[in-house]
Design a protein around this ligand. Structure first.
Ligand SMILES: CC(C)(COP(=O)(O)OP(=O)(O)OC[C@H]1O[C@@H](n2cnc3c(N)ncnc32)[C@H](O)[C@@H]1OP(=O)(O)O)[C@@H](O)C(=O)NCCC(=O)NCCS
Length: 212
């Protein structure tokens, strides 16, 4: 398994892999391959953390990071967010996703970044040290604590007793029509319902209560 930086030659393979990994997972079809496509050109994209995993001569996993910001009344602190992160369905549950996360986490520590903050399924990330935002008083911009708002503290004690809001990159507010158009470039796949979509619908409507 070779964990290395993505190159221009990998772009289409990474987009196809991302489409395979996310297809029908959260809703019928997916947009994450379009996100890869627009992320690389965006000002918040971090090319030095754009990693892939190569195995048997193929790209089987990818992770992409963007800058995000923690904000309070006095301060604005640069943090990192990742996503999409994916492993090809044929290669999942073999430790590849974990290896990719651990590799890039170590690089983030060396960059002097205090935290990685993402929206994701807690099941995938608590084992890597992530906690819910509420445990560090990190909310979304509306002051809420979504179940999927997850924080990995890279500098111990950074959060202290202050309250923070997390501002993600604007790249995630993409035009759905453009994403639909982009998907037409790929081999047609059936959009259908899967039970994972019900789980996702529950996750994105779940919030933790302060003092709960
Ligand atoms: C989520 C994802 C990135 C994880 O990558 P992965 O390579 O499958 O993850 P790992 O193999 O490191 O860990 C997954 C599980 O396999 C287990 N595992 C790891 N190596 C294993 C092995 N050799 N044999 C059996 N199980 C193993 C891990 O303990 C873990 O168990 P858990 O589900 O009980 O926590 C991947 O499954 C994926 O791409 N999913 C679809 C897209 C997605 O959901 N992306 C994340 C968005 S939030």
């Amino acid at each position: 398994m070779n964990i290395r930086l993505e190159t221009n030659d990998d772009y289409s393979q990474v987009e196809e892999l991302t489409r395979e990994a996310f297809w029908n997972l959260y809703y019928p079809g997916c947009d994450e391959h379009y996100l890869c496509h627009i992320l690389r050109k965006h000002k918040d994209f971090i090319s030095e953390l754009d990693y892939v995993v190569e195995l048997d001569g193929k790209i089987v996993a990818s992770i992409m990071y963007t800058y995000s910001y923690l904000i309070n009344n006095e301060e604005k602190v640069q943090t990192l967010s990742f996503g999409p992160l994916c492993v090809h369905p044929n290669y999942q549950r073999k430790g590849i996703g974990s290896a990719l996360l651990e590799k890039t986490k170590a690089l983030a520590v060396n960059m002097g970044i205090p935290a990685i903050i993402i929206y994701g399924d807690p099941h995938n990330y608590c084992k890597h040290g992530f906690k819910n935002g509420i445990d560090y008083q990190v909310s979304n911009m509306d002051g809420e604590y979504p179940l999927g708002l997850l924080v990995l503290e890279l500098q111990e004690g950074f959060f202290g007793t202050k309250k923070w809001k997390i501002k993600q990159s604007d790249v995630f507010n993409f035009d759905q029509e453009k994403a639909n158009e982009f998907d037409k470039k790929f081999i047609e796949k059936e959009k259908k319902h899967q039970y994972s979509q019900e789980l996702f619908k529950m996750n994105i409507r779940a919030y933790l209560k302060p003092n709960g």
